[in-house]
Design a protein around this ligand. Structure first.
Ligand SMILES: [Zn+2]
Ligand SMILES: [Zn+2]
Length: 253
């Protein structure tokens, strides 16, 4: 049985590799322009729809703020929550086309989008992480049931690419998701915090990470409830600092 499964997987990946040769180099969003596999099949025109997160934003959670603010500030999101990371930053806004692409990537297994999403993250995060302040990258874990259903953990995949770009080691054997949580999309801020409060724990046999400075990676950050819950567990097991980087920043309506 196991052998059959392994064969099936090998065959599937062979098939996917084969398909990538004959996959047309067309933008998968508009179908109107050229886009290669390396570009994640998203063309130059569609890329203009992506909204970068620019200052001013909240010092702590990175929430962008409309209007003129020149002094450092923390937003009401941060005041309402007890956040366990020191800073969170995102590359782009999670809306419109970008949000749609992230959903396809995660829920429809559109893994050909990964180079595009990873590139957005790396372009912003990599320069910000230079300078030797950070020791490792840790992806937000998925519950094993969800991971086997989805066949991959998007945070881990993005973390792998960020790790290759920054030379910071990826440590995926520290955190685990003990409880399968409900998806957060329909939940309020308070419900999100409660939903993930006990969700994460330390893997059995994982070492303490005394005085290590951790970059926590996920695809989207909205209130920060999930990443904060992870940061709390990391700090409890020795991390001296935890910052967060995500591809996109979601906004609660
Ligand atoms: Zn396009
Ligand atoms: Zn904030």
């Amino acid at each position: 049985m196991l052998n059959n499964l392994t064969n099936l997987k090998a065959w599937k990946s062979w098939l996917e590799a084969g398909l990538s040769f004959i996959y047309p180099e067309v933008c998968q969003y508009c179908g109107q322009e050229r886009a290669t596999a390396d570009e994640g099949f998203i063309g130059a025109n569609c890329r203009q729809n992506v909204k970068e997160i620019q200052p001013p934003f909240c010092e702590r959670c990175g929430l962008p703020f409309e209007g003129e603010i020149t002094t450092a500030f923390e937003c009401s999101n941060c005041h309402a929550m007890e956040l366990h990371f020191s800073q969170a930053r995102s590359a782009v806004a999670a809306k419109g086309m970008l949000l749609d692409l992230i959903h396809r990537y995660k829920y429809q297994r559109a893994q050909w989008l990964e180079p595009f999403l990873a590139e957005l993250l790396i372009r912003k995060a990599s320069p910000a992480l230079q300078g030797g302040k950070w020791d490792m990258i840790v992806p937000v874990p998925l519950h094993p049931l969800k991971e086997s259903e989805r066949e991959f953990n998007q945070a881990e995949r993005l973390g792998e690419r960020l790790s290759a770009a920054t030379q910071l080691p990826l440590r995926k054997n520290l955190l685990c998701r003990a409880t399968p949580t409900r998806t957060q999309t329909q939940l309020s801020r308070a419900e999100r915090t409660e939903n993930v409060r006990q969700a994460f724990s330390w893997q059995k046999k994982a070492p303490v990470i005394k005085n290590q400075r951790v970059v926590l990676v996920d695809d989207v950050l909205t209130t920060g409830a999930t990443t904060s819950a992870c940061a709390q567990v990391l700090r409890r097991h020795g991390a001296s600092d935890v910052c967060v980087w995500t591809v996109a920043r979601g906004l609660l309506n």
